[in-house]
Write a protein that binds this ligand. Structure first.
Ligand code: BGP
Length: 467
């Protein structure tokens, strides 16, 4: 649909950016922080681990001053569960609580609205040793953790995100650090974990509304539009199947408190249906998110299943194997260009998915991740000419404006990432930030912060509230 006239971005649009605790903070064992599954996961050889990361734990004031200089209206970050409860539950760690108090105060003093992700991949390892999300008790631990966050920060934090990319934790958990504990039947175990996370999320949403009537809370999955490889009806059906398994399962339960029919029949067919306790469906039904946050990087394309291992496709370098015999076959989309790291670039798919999510749930949307991982080069006079990142963001922001003109309610955009940080699989040299951090994979150099060209571009855009 080509509009003759575009609608403006709303006046109070939340322009900002995102990070997550383990990727940016460092200080992995300081001030009583416990060990998370990320700290103990086997790191990919040849790339940085998360021990120092961008040292934001010690430099948050300098970093937030730069965010304010860019004009951020909001900043989306995550709280490390292991700073609040070293072991995931039990006794709280005062120094961890105080760190986020200082960080939130710093944001508020600059007029930046904090958006807090409660859990971004870094499950406390002590909980993992007790079965992690396979153990129903982890639901209680999450509820206790949610309660302490709402108690301490609820006076200043109005926007909460429950679990970052729960769908990626379930579909690609081994590359994130969440493993199945039942090795005999790992997939069934993962869907049991998934159910526990959905219950934990529902309890946290209900608790948030009870404790903080003014606050808003929502889920934060990774959502991708799923394209059929051709217009063949069988391919279209396969795309619909995969969309239900990859996207809608997570959001339908969060919003409507019920598993979508197609994903549920997949779980039945595979023998993966989770065990539920009495009352679980009521818990899921009673909890309601106030908005939907989601991360968008790219679309995915699938075709009719061939019924065997030919169905598996490795899309780019995304550590994501797509395809499942009997259901759908992973496919490559030749209409799209790719990033340095092989991820397909699809701005138009962004508009499509904004429409799909809004039309399915009728809730306001905020984009909590979107961005380009690239090899940036520090040039003379401390310049980083990341025109490719500007181009990527510009094309995606154009699509947001088109979606707003389509009538979609979008209240914010927080690209990944506010500042360079350590990527989930590919180290620090896969950079996403508006601010360069002067370190390499293993040489920490001086860690100084340098404004990239995209910093000034984004600053100008925010100031004008327009492209
Ligand atoms: C998302 C995660 C982020 C971030 C991002 C980029 O899935 O929520 O934590 O890592 O992807 O991915 P990567 O770091 O692998 O490039």
């Amino acid at each position: 649909m080509k509009h003759q006239k575009l609608k403006d971005f709303p006046k109070d649009f939340f322009w900002g950016a995102s990070t997550s605790a383990y990727q940016v903070e460092g200080a992995w064992n300081e001030d009583g922080k416990g060990v998370s599954v990320i700290d103990v996961a086997n790191h990919v050889e040849g790339v940085a681990d998360y021990k120092i990361a961008s040292d934001h734990y010690h430099r948050y004031q300098e970093d937030i001053a730069l965010f304010a200089e860019m004009g951020f209206k909001t900043y989306r970050f995550s709280i490390a569960w292991t700073r609040i409860y070293s072991n995931g539950d039990g006794e709280a760690n005062q120094k961890g609580i105080e760190f986020y108090d200082r960080l939130i105060n710093e944001l508020v003093s600059h007029g930046i609205e904090p958006i807090v992700t409660m859990y971004h991949f870094d499950l406390p390892n002590s909980l993992q040793e007790r079965g992690g999300w396979s153990n129903r008790k982890t639901v209680d631990a999450f509820e206790q953790y949610a309660k302490i966050l709402f108690t301490h920060y609820g006076d200043r934090v109005k926007y909460w995100l429950t679990i970052n990319e729960q769908n990626m934790i379930i579909l690609h958990g081994s590359s994130i650090g969440t493993e199945a504990t039942d090795l005999e039947n790992p997939q069934k175990d993962l869907y049991q974990q998934n159910h526990h996370m959905l219950v934990a999320q529902a309890k946290a949403m209900a608790l948030c509304h009870e404790m903080l009537p003014e606050a808003k809370i929502g889920p934060a999955p990774n959502v991708a539009p799923i394209y059929p490889a051709t217009s063949k009806p069988e391919d279209i059906l396969a795309a619909d199947t995969y969309a239900s398994i990859r996207n809608w399962l997570y959001l339908d339960v969060a919003v409507y408190g019920k598993y979508p029919a197609v994903a549920w029949s997949y779980l039945e067919e595979k023998g993966y249906t989770p065990t539920m306790e009495d009352g679980d469906m009521e818990i899921l039904k009673q909890a309601k998110p106030d908005f939907i946050a989601f991360n968008y990087y790219t679309s995915q394309t699938v075709a009719e299943s061939l019924g065997d291992e030919r169905d598996y496709s490795h899309t780019g370098d995304q550590h994501e194997t797509v395809g499942e015999p009997g259901f759908y076959r992973g496919s490559v989309n030749n209409n799209l260009q790719r990033t340095d790291f092989g991820w397909e670039i699809d701005p138009v798919g962004f508009r499509t998915v904004l429409r799909q999510v809004y039309d399915r749930y009728h809730l306001p949307l905020i984009v909590t991740e979107n961005g380009l991982g690239a090899y940036d080069k520090l040039e003379e006079n401390d310049t980083i000419n990341d025109d490719y990142r500007i181009e990527f963001l510009r094309k995606h922001i154009e699509q947001i404006q088109l979606a707003i003109t389509d009538g979609i309610e979008i209240f914010g955009y927080c690209p990944w990432s506010a500042i360079d940080l350590v990527s989930t699989h590919q180290g620090i040299n896969k950079r996403y930030g508006f601010i360069y951090v002067n370190r390499d994979e293993f040489d920490l150099k001086d860690m100084r912060r340098i404004r990239k060209k995209s910093f000034y571009w984004y600053q100008d855009l925010i100031q004008k509230n327009s492209l």
